[in-house]
Design a protein around this ligand. Sequence first.
Ligand code: UDP
Ligand code: MG
Length: 320
Amino acid sequence: MSNKLTIIVPCYNEEEVLPETVQALGLILTNLIKQGQIDNDSKILFVNDGSQDRTWDLIKKYEDEYPYVTGLKFARNYGHQNALLAGMTTAVKDSDLLITIDADLQDDVNAIYEMVAKYHEGYEVIYGVRSSRETDTFFKRNTALAYYGLMKKLGVELVSNSADFRLLSQRATQGLLEFKERNLFLRAMVPMVGYKSTKVYYARKERFAGESKYPLRKMLKFAVDGITSFSTAPIKMVMNLGFMITIIGIILFIYAIIQKISGHTVDGWASLMISIWVLGGVQLISIGVIGEYVGKAFMEVKRRPRFRIEEDDYSKKENK
Ligand code: UDP
Ligand code: MG
């Protein structure tokens, strides 16, 4: 059985950390090879996501220097998730285990040893989970926490405090790549693939050098993408609001009629009040109904795989 590992590293303007990253990951890789945990031809794959700085030149240089370094270059900036996807698509062909990790060394590279050990125990999906976020700002820590909570409420399965540091087996990666959607939120897609999974804990560190490549604007877009790509709950909320307003309308209707009969009203008040509330409610319900169909169409156009077989004893028997 072969055990070729590829470590996929998305890089966007990372010239400041790259020298350190290539050292740290190279050390891990060579150690794992020495220990016989992974094959000699294991690789580090840097994906240059349209950097404007010297990132690609550095990757080229390391390719010459180290036999285990390879690179992919995007024609422009396509974003972190697409860089991960491209790396996996390229490496999955001949890699038995694939690890994705950020270039900035915030995730503890030493957790890779444990991930590989877990892989040998038979796990195929291994999440890197932050046991502490002390180095994150108060703002980031709490917004992240609230966000994970909200996603759970909306019915999106996520592994709390895990981002894009994980190990996937070859077939789990193939499974992930069968998700054909354009709006990528990989961390919520991975649990949908299935297979035996586990977690490896590590303390998240400060960025080694350089600045975060996720400014608030990008982070917000990513967060909204995460919700709207996995859940039609916001559409259902419109529908529920419609029902609520309609009920209020009906109560007001009764109230207005009583007021009208007892003669407490100005002319036209009752009919105006009733039409505002009842019509408003009916309109919201109608939008909700249309939304339900749009939501269904939205889920259909994703063309997600409907199942993934882990073991097929039937075909095994046929081939005997
Ligand atoms: N990244 C990328 N393309 C982008 C933005 C970020 O490939 O458009 C990479 C970046 O180089 C890093 C990883 O994604 O390896 C995570 O980015 P960063 O560390 O800046 O995010 P943060 O940890 O601040 O959330
Ligand atoms: Mg980072």
